[in-house]
Design a protein around this ligand. Structure first.
Ligand SMILES: Cc1ncc(COP(=O)(O)O)c(C=O)c1O
Length: 425
């Protein structure tokens, strides 16, 4: 997809966003001029397409796609996701608040939490129809808060999968879920508080591109569900991957293949077990990642020894994934003079006071100069959501490109007053 054009060593690199008309009627330079740099830009059409991709996975009448708010909790995006007919999961009071702002009703929300106190369990129970807890000790707390109530349990299938050990969320090396060896204790605590176990959920990890581990885990969950009669909900978790290497033509997750295997599992279970409840998947990244390109500006360039550094305003306070997980995000370059440039090996860094503040290492991209705008692809999931005020920097604004090509602000940039507001005088 690389559009090396004018000569072997003179190139542009923006064909991906251009092909999608991602920025609508505007150019990236116009957007950062209008809304400030750095800027998360979202495309509504792409977001809606991704919701529809996953809704189309199964024709089972009880199949629900539950968007994982942690990936991106902007209420303007959540409203679009709700319009597409998705339900949502929350895991904190803040996520409950943004879902409420976006119009989600309590029956549309699953609260899937981890190590929370009694007050939070009570709040979750008041605001969400389904609350899932993930240890016997949390079932005990829930029972004290809501004796005789309805609860879900997150179980741990003992196998995990994911793009980094930090996002594998099942197996013995993780803090998540109730292990089968604790099912006896789980049953005892449910009985003690008169709780009805209405559902089981699991989440084995994030960013799978091969359906097999997910389908294996789904099979395990269905087998486990048989030993808990009376369930109304079986939730298989999220983790659906997206191709981050767009310019290398990385293949997409085979949803048709996945859907065929998954659909067969669901219908077989309904037929054999007489199950009439709902089946849930809980994707975050798949829905939110590809609908955003993060724009930032080159502020300085230099050579340190043999390495050419392009310094930008996109520190890891803006996009943390490369720093935390060594994640790869493809880059696009929108040159300040609009002209092709020689391809040059460069390391793109931010403005945070840490050596690890590297956005993209050793990339062969058109030579960057001050004033160029750089686009970081697939930034919509765990991008703005994980941004911070480290170095007392301001988290960026977010803007949304509507299907008619217009662009609106959907989150303003922090201000210095926002930073100071939390400190008593
Ligand atoms: C319980 C649970 N559900 C859903 C998700 C969403 O995962 P992903 O964004 O990879 O689909 C996560 C992510 O950590 C999770 O822990």
């Amino acid at each position: 997809m690389s559009d090396v054009t004018a000569s072997a060593c003179s190139a542009t690199r923006n064909s991906y966003s251009a092909g999608l008309m991602f920025f609508g009627a505007a150019r990236p330079h116009d957007l950062v001029r209008e809304f400030g740099s750095p800027l998360y830009v979202y495309n509504e059409r792409v977001l809606r397409e991704r919701c529809r991709d996953l809704k189309g996975l199964s024709e089972d009448p009880g199949f629900r796609v539950c968007y994982s708010t942690k990936a991106n909790g902007n209420p303007h995006l959540l409203r679009i996701i709700r319009e597409e007919g998705l339900i949502a999961d929350a895991m904190s009071p803040g996520e409950l608040a943004v879902l409420k702002r976006a119009g989600f009703r309590r029956e549309d929300i699953c609260y899937v939490c981890n190590n929370v106190d009694a007050a939070e369990l009570a709040l979750a129970n008041a605001r969400a129809d389904h609350v899932s807890v993930d240890s016997v000790s949390q079932v005990e707390s829930f029972g004290r808060v809501n004796p005789g109530g309805r609860v879900m349990a997150r179980v741990n299938p003992g196998i995990g999968a994911g793009h980094s050990s930090k996002v594998i969320t099942a197996g013995k090396n993780t803090k998540f879920g109730i292990h089968p060896e604790d099912f006896g204790a789980l049953r005892a605590v449910l009985k003690k508080h008169g709780l009805k176990l209405i559902g089981l959920n699991q989440h084995v990890g994030s960013l799978f591109m091969d359906p097999k581990p997910y389908l294996d885990a789904a099979r395990w969950l269905l087998k486990t569900a048989v030993s808990f009669p009376g369930l109304e909900i079986i939730d298989f978790g999220g983790g659906f991957g997206i191709p981050y290497r767009k310019y290398d033509r990385e293949k997409r997750l085979g949803l048709a293949e996945f859907g065929a295997g998954f659909g067969a599992l669901l219908s077989d279970f309904r037929a054999k077990q007489g199950f009439s409840g709902i089946f849930i998947i809980e994707p975050g990244r798949y829905i939110a990642a590809e609908c955003s390109i993060l724009l930032g500006t080159v502020t300085a360039v230099k050579n340190n020894g043999r390495v050419r550094y392009a310094g930008t305003d996109m520190g890891f306070n803006v996009l943390a994934r490369p720093m935390i997980y060594d994640s790869f995000h493809d880059l696009e370059i929108y040159p300040v003079d609009g002209k092709p440039r020689p391809l040059t090996l460069q390391t793109v860094v931010g403005n945070i006071c840490e050596t690890g503040d590297v956005l993209a290492k050793d990339r062969l991209v058109p030579e960057l100069v001050e004033g160029d705008v750089v686009g970081v692809l697939d930034a919509g999931a765990y991008g703005q959501a994980m941004s911070s005020n480290y170095n007392q920097r301001l988290r960026p604004a977010e803007a949304l490109v509507r299907p008619d090509g217009s662009c609106v602000l959907i989150r303003r940039r922090d201000t210095i007053e926002d930073l100071l507001a939390v400190y008593p005088e």
